[in-house]
Write a protein that binds this ligand. Structure first.
Ligand SMILES: Cc1cc2nc3c(=O)[nH]c(=O)nc-3n(C[C@H](O)[C@H](O)[C@H](O)COP(=O)(O)OP(=O)(O)OC[C@H]3O[C@@H](n4cnc5c(N)ncnc54)[C@H](O)[C@@H]3O)c2cc1C
Length: 478
């Protein structure tokens, strides 16, 4: 079905305003500008209109009308996505979930929270904490990203090593299909083997198969005790030995295992006192570890003693040069700032930069990083290469930064080299940020032709006119 022209959009805009109320539909230039682009750096176009529904029924009515008119729609949460999926393409309407927000209920017996999709991750975490519980997903964008966005991208973050990705936290889901059909599976049951588990289709689909409107989230017991340690690792080979030992010695209390390679450490710690490394030694990789104690009798002192025992052994084995345990929550936050807040610095650190988010099978990680570093220093010797990430999940982020603006072709060369290495090491071209539009051409490096064809068949079945997030993840049906 052809997309309506700008002139043909006017009757649709009127029909949308009639059905949803004028407050939900905005064609104001400032609103359209605000909803043009996400965090990925992909400059979006101004949407034809911004729809900001407050209810599932309004989402359904909006999609029904857009579907009937062949009007492409891009779904937006907090616009913190890094794959360009929420950036607007020419002629699209933006459907923002930001007003469909709020925690509906917390069930302490079932340990679940029922929440609307536009609620920020930080608000969900705070509500869980207030109820004496814990929501396990945590990412740096927590203050702006929405639960719907984290479900749509199956967000990972710093706690995956212990609790898994967003998919494991979703016990119930409500989603609206492109034609306005509402699929509601909000029972929140852990066990429900009655046919296909349709909610799984929408988790990680980046809005290409439906719009997430509500969810039932699994909550966890709140950690009773916590400890954070900074480890100066002896060399890169020791990283994997250390991870394996930490898993065995610290067991399920291991709640974060984040690695930072020397290039990252020198660039970030030079940013000023806020990012000062706790140990002078930054010539070898560093690791940030969190441990949580769930036992009601657990104390910070017990946990610390356990961590100290592990670190003493690791020092004796020669895996570490040194280590320090945070003495207070304040110190723990200072350590985490070096890892968590640094991405906000890239725009001031470099004139031009690009980030990559990849998985490599853990046993091949160190070799892959060495190959990458050597290849990048040959291909773009003028670039800074920052490598860090969720090593506990075999997921690293690579940032390539330049002191001067660079031609697009340079990033093309880096893409080829980086994703080629990932393919050679049987990794994934997106560990957690998703494919969106920016990584579509690389999807075949990680997924087989049969898998991609099946994704396209699912897309065609659920969105036959291809109006929902067209061109994201897979091609829209022709
Ligand atoms: C500083 C920073 C740190 C980050 N750290 C991490 C990290 O550690 N781990 C990680 O996994 N990610 C991380 N991210 C990226 C992450 O994908 C997003 O922050 C978050 O998951 C997206 O949520 P959002 O509400 O902003 O979605 P948006 O950016 O608005 O959208 C992202 C995608 O989801 C779709 N979408 C949004 N809402 C819905 C909905 N309700 N229904 C259907 N589709 C929808 C959009 O169309 C788009 O394709 C980080 C981003 C930033 C800026």
């Amino acid at each position: 079905m052809p997309t309506p022209s700008d002139a043909a959009f006017i009757p649709l805009a009127d029909a949308l305003a009639d059905a949803l109320g004028p407050a939900v539909v905005s064609t104001d230039p400032a609103d359209r500008e605000r909803h043009a682009s996400d965090w990925s750096g992909l400059q979006g176009s101004r949407p034809r209109a911004v729809l900001r529904p407050r209810t599932t029924e309004q989402v359904s009515a909006a999609l029904r009308l857009c579907s009937a008119a062949g009007q492409p729609v891009v779904v937006q949460g907090g616009l913190t996505g890094l794959a360009g999926g929420a950036s607007v393409q020419e002629g699209e309407v933006a459907l923002s979930l930001d007003r469909l927000a709020g925690v509906e209920a917390i069930d302490p017996a079932a340990m679940t929270m029922t929440v609307k999709a536009g609620t920020t991750l930080a608000a969900v975490q705070a509500a869980a904490e207030e109820a004496g519980l814990f929501y396990a997903v945590d990412i740096g964008a927590r203050g702006s990203c929405t639960i719907g966005g984290t479900i749509a991208t199956n967000a990972g973050g710093i706690r995956v090593v212990r609790y898994g990705m967003t998919r494991l936290q979703v016990l119930g889901l409500e989603a609206v299909l492109a034609d306005g059909t509402v699929l509601s599976d909000m029972g929140g049951m852990l066990k429900n083997n009655t046919g296909f588990d349709l909610k799984q289709l929408f988790i990680g689909a980046e809005g290409a198969l439906g719009v997430v409107t509500r969810a039932v989230l699994r909550l966890q017991p709140a950690p009773r005790a916590r400890a954070t340690a900074w480890l100066a690792v002896a060399d890169d080979s020791s990283l994997i030995t250390l991870l394996s030992a930490a898993r065995q010695r610290l067991g399920s209390s291991l709640a974060a295992f984040e690695a930072m390679w020397p290039g990252y450490l020198s660039a970030i710690t030079a940013r000023g006192p806020h990012y000062r490394a706790p140990l002078a030694d930054i010539a070898t990789p560093a690791v940030l570890i969190d441990v949580f104690g769930d036992d009601p009798a657990a104390t910070d002192a017990d946990l610390r003693e356990r961590l100290e025992g592990f670190l003493a052994d690791a020092l004796e084995q020669g895996w570490l040069n040194d280590a320090v345990i945070a003495e207070s929550i304040y110190q723990s936050r200072r350590l985490w700032a070096i890892r968590d807040e640094a991405p906000a610095e890239y725009s001031t650190l470099f004139r031009s930069s690009k980030g990559y988010d990849v998985s490599i099978p853990i046993g091949r990680m160190i070799d892959a990083v060495r190959v990458l570093e050597t290849a990048l220093s040959g291909a773009v010797p003028e670039a800074a290469v920052l490598i860090y990430g969720h090593l506990g999940d075999a997921n690293i982020h690579v940032v390539i930064g330049f002191d001067a603006p660079v031609e697009k072709a340079v990033y093309g060369r880096v893409d080829d080299l980086l994703y080629g290495t990932v393919r050679d090491f049987s990794g994934s071209v997106s560990a957690e940020h998703g494919i969106g539009v920016l990584k579509r051409q690389w999807l075949g490096f990680t997924r087989s032709a049969a898998e991609i064809a099946t994704m396209e068949r699912l897309k065609a079945a659920l969105d036959p006119s291809g109006i929902l997030n067209p061109g994201r993840v897979v091609a829209a049906p022709s």
